[in-house]
Design a protein around this ligand. Structure first.
Ligand code: PRP
Ligand code: HPA
Length: 176
């Protein structure tokens, strides 16, 4: 059990399970994009760890870029996704893979959809380490999902509770 701010969290997903999920996504990305010179677009802050681990396993040429979006306060979404750091690279006619730590309600993804449509990319897909199907309310298909998880608030491996917990190497869920 760990404590972050006022809340307690219990172990939920082990390092081995995370490793296996990363390897699965990496092998799918290698199969689909190896000769495509894609752009990996990481969504900060949460995706920094997954981006590093999955992109290291990519075996073709690729480019890496980041945007910074935010919408969570405490353990819930505000519903308003703010762009805190926008694109700094031309993505016109490029194949883009959005790298997320988690897709939850899909609000963040919807905002990125808008950004990428304006850029005129060739196509884009999402690769996320964690996916909460019960919480997801949008149409866009989540093609690459490492692990589907129930609708619980989690921390660790990039994910935070009010700034804490991103450095944890396994994932914890909020104690009920
Ligand atoms: O599908 P959604 O409900 O939009 O949730 C997913 C988003 O929420 C988290 O970001 P957050 O807004 O907490 O910012 P952070 O990455 O800086 O922690 C996470 O990193 C995803 O980007
Ligand atoms: O379960 C979560 N934990 C931390 N941050 C998040 N952002 C969306 N869902 C989550």
């Amino acid at each position: 059990m760990i404590q972050l701010h006022d809340l307690q969290f219990e172990p939920f997903i082990s390092e081995a399970e995370i490793e296996e999920a990363i390897a699965k996504v990496a092998s799918q990305l290698n199969a689909d994009y190896k000769d495509e010179n894609p752009v990996f677009l990481g969504v900060l802050n949460g995706a920094f760890m997954f981006a590093s681990d999955v992109i290291k396993r990519f075996e073709g040429d690729c480019e890496v870029s980041f945007v910074k979006l935010g919408s969570y306060e405490g353990t819930s979404t505000t519903g308003a996704v703010k762009t805190l750091l926008g694109l700094n690279q031309q993505l016109k006619e490029r194949r883009v893979i959005i790298i997320e730590d988690i897709v939850d309600t899909g609000n963040t993804l919807e905002e990125i959809n808008k950004i990428l449509k304006k850029e005129g990319v060739a196509d884009y897909q999402v690769a996320t380490l964690f996916f909460k199907p019960e919480a997801y309310k949008k149409e866009f298909n989540i093609k690459y999902a490492g692990l589907e998880i129930p609708n619980k608030f989690i921390v660790g491996y990039g994910l935070d509770y009010d700034g804490l917990g991103r450095n944890l190497t396994k994932v914890y869920k909020r104690k009920e």
